[in-house]
Ligand binder design. Sequence first.
Ligand code: TRP
Length: 463
Amino acid sequence: MPGIQAGEGEKRRSLHGHWSSRMAFILAVTGSAVGLGNIWKFPYVAGQNGGGAFVLVYLVCVLLIGMPVMMSEILIGRRGRRNPIATMALLGEEEGSSPRWRLIGGMGVLAGILILSYYSVIAGWTLAYAFKSVSGSFAGAGPAEISAHFAEFVSSWELVGLCHTLFMSLTILVVARGVERGLERAVRFMVPALLVLMLALLGYSINSGFFGEGLAFMFTPDFGKLTGDSVLAAMGQAFFSLSIGMGAIMAYGAYLPEETSIMGTSAAVVTADTLIAILAGLMIFPLVLANGLDPAEGPGLVFHTLPLAFGQMTGGVLFATLFFVLLSFAAWTSAIGLMEPAVAWVVEHRHRSRAEAAMIIGVLIWALGFGSVLSFNVLSDITFIKGTIFDNFDHLTSNIMLPLSGVFIAIFAGWIMCRNSTAEELGGAGRLYRLWRMLARFVAPVGILLVFLKAIGLLPELS
Ligand code: TRP
């Protein structure tokens, strides 16, 4: 195993091993990006925020903010080759600023822990739905039955807690096994398989008779519905869905071979992630409208819509099972990424083995997760600021912590790192490099700040 400290003139290597190929890296980052964020969260948040205009703002955020921030994260990660905290400290010094940039890495590690605590709970629902599907629970069921089924399920904290426990155990297992053996294998077949199944579902939803209405809901912008909060939600969703703003992509970048193109990789990942989110919307909204469901009903949306569709189609039991199993896989590969920064940090700074680190962090996250487990039953009446404990964890992380780190990451890559360093990582100072630099220096930080200002009501209304 190579040491972390590079000698003079020698390139730094990561302590945790390297991706075996460029494809492995693309798969791993795509696996972390594609997850519940695309299929569970995107449709329900879009639904809560009125559809069209939200989707448009989301796409603009992905392009103008998400893309440059993702590139910045990868390049910072590859240059530092350590866990996000150590990398930010090291580069902060190396670039003549301060090691205090480590705080940004620290906020990312914390965000990952908080996100995974509720992410695992929803992933647990997905596992439960895979079991329910295979036992034929949804065959022929109508909207009322499916809703009752969901309500009954989430009202049992024991059951939800059990599924959360199962999911966290699976995650700890893979993370404990290390970068190449664990992460790569888990990702390789999942994304393509999920895509195929989603296309099949799209076919079903095109036949639902409400496809036009679904399309209109998603793509006809009504800017009257665009409050400061929904603009913030769209930006937060872009960060969440692309897995950026918390050092996860930085941690993955640390294992990236020297010669791989950061721009090409980012473009591929951003495209795949966005397509899958849009596809999820296109398969869900026609079904929501066809069955008279409420697009704004919240986190239960896909768990109401899809079982309904599966229940009515031929071969539904098989499709439903496959779908929820694949979605659990997608959640699993994301969960691994959410844990990686914290685990890499414990390994390097607390001198634990990878397995011990995964265990310590995993148990902490598992315990925190009970805040969200209970948000849907025992503690569902305890609401403050943005709603239940779950709602607040989600809002604090996606809409505040991730974009806030995003500002600093963009500023770090755009202003603190010298031109030579970033140009070297991005493969020369051509036109695309200059475009990235402008986005990282100006557009992303200013854009994020404007959205924050709008959300706290300091900007005038658009319409
Ligand atoms: N992008 C993941 C999803 O859409 C969730 C996520 C957010 C994530 N931040 C992350 C995954 C960091 C891995 C690493 O489901």
